[in-house]
Design a protein around this ligand. Structure first.
Ligand SMILES: Nc1nc2c(ncn2[C@@H]2O[C@H](COP(=O)(O)OP(=O)(O)O)[C@@H](O)[C@H]2O)c(=O)[nH]1
Ligand SMILES: [Mg+2]
Length: 335
């Protein structure tokens, strides 16, 4: 199961669709004469429009069946895009409305085709049919122009979601939290050194850093989200809160790093408040309090003490987290 939006193709614009439909139609019509030419033009233009519009909608995964992590993450990303929806309706719901406008337009182009097909049959002569066909084209382009903004919004959504990180909701995941400068990045760098890759993805006002490590043939994801889990929940805006909900689905364990040395600039009591908030927020998953920079100070009650820079007990902390996560890989079924 990988990132569900990475294969979304570019979304066509109204003008592109109209140009494509009408130029194909005129080629199709050019191969025939009289009544048949007009009929073939209508058929071709309407089919291209209705198929292309239907495809725009069908390329999207069904949000109801999306993994909850990706659903919440996508919702957070889309809420940050102000040309999707309006003040009263943002995020996935707004995207759904844009998509249903496109479905409407796809059906409408079909309706116009059948309506004009019967008008063609009742027409007195080819001149009249030709006039009707022009009328039909005007109506078709009118319908497609009506959804111009919807197509643009869907294009914006696609561009924004395509670059979401390839995080696997089904792999065990450790989320690293704590105030700025407590040593989160240093810790993640150290424990993922063997795999030698941390991917950084821009995300809302911040970024998501994703690394991997392996223990007993199990791959663990480790996620660091500077700017998200580094301050009190009340300081998060709606988009950030939505992103945190996504992380709640994802996390199998949370490591809260605290710095008792005073070096990070935040009092210990404030750091422990954040830890308490995260405990509440992340509910069932184990939350470990780890005093980092133990080379400077151990003056806080924590589950573990370490120093990343002195390489003191870093592996011990990782082992404790992995133990607490207690991940049981699904055994392959034998039937
Ligand atoms: N003395 C000491 N400094 C550390 C330790 N771990 C990290 N630091 C330093 O603390 C600063 C902030 O670390 P960083 O990993 O960027 O923190 P983050 O903002 O939480 O990601 C850097 O200058 C690190 O070198 C540690 O165990 N002891
Ligand atoms: Mg950092």
């Amino acid at each position: 199961m990988s990132q569900p939006f990475e294969t979304l193709p570019t979304t066509p614009r109204s003008s592109e669709l109209i140009d494509k439909a009408f130029s194909r139609a005129s080629r199709a019509g050019g191969a025939k004469e009289g009544y048949e030419a007009q009929e073939s033009m209508l058929q071709t233009a309407a089919n291209i429009l209705s198929d292309n519009l239907e495809n725009v909608v069908n390329e999207w995964p069904d949000f109801d069946y999306l993994d909850p992590f990706y659903r919440d993450l996508a919702d957070a990303v889309l809420r940050g895009e102000t040309d999707i929806g309006d003040e009263d309706n943002r995020g996935i719901d707004a995207l759904r409305q844009h998509l249903s406008s496109v479905t409407w337009a796809s059906r409408k182009t079909d309706d116009i085709r059948s309506e004009y097909n019967s008008k063609f049959r009742d027409a007195a002569d080819t001149t009249h049919v030709r006039k009707l066909r022009k009328q039909a084209f005007a109506r078709l382009s009118d319908v497609v122009e009506q959804i111009e903004d919807d197509l643009l919004a869907i294009g914006t959504a696609r561009d924004a979601l395509r670059d979401l990180p390839d995080i696997r909701p089904d792999e065990p995941t450790i989320v690293v939290a704590g105030y700025p400068n407590v040593g989160k990045s240093s810790f993640v760098n150290t424990v993922t050194r063997a795999s030698n890759e941390i991917n950084s993805y821009p995300f809302t006002t911040t970024e998501i850093n994703l690394g991997h490590l392996e223990r007993d043939h199990v791959r663990y994801q480790i996620v660091d989200t500077p700017g998200l889990l580094d301050r009190p929940p009340e300081d998060r805006n709606q988009i950030e809160s939505q992103a945190v909900s996504a992380l709640e689905h994802l996390a199998d364990g949370v490591l809260v790093l605290v710095d008792a040395s005073g070096e990070c600039g935040y009092p210990v009591s404030v750091q422990l408040d954040l830890r308490d908030d995260l405990r509440t927020q992340f509910g069932d998953v184990p939350v470990l309090t780890v005093c980092n920079k133990a080379d400077r100070s151990r003056d806080v009650e924590a589950d573990h003490y370490m120093s990343v820079t002195e390489n003191d007990n870093v592996e011990g902390v990782l082992d404790a987290m992995i133990d607490a996560v207690d991940y049981q890989p699904d055994l392959p079924s034998r039937d």
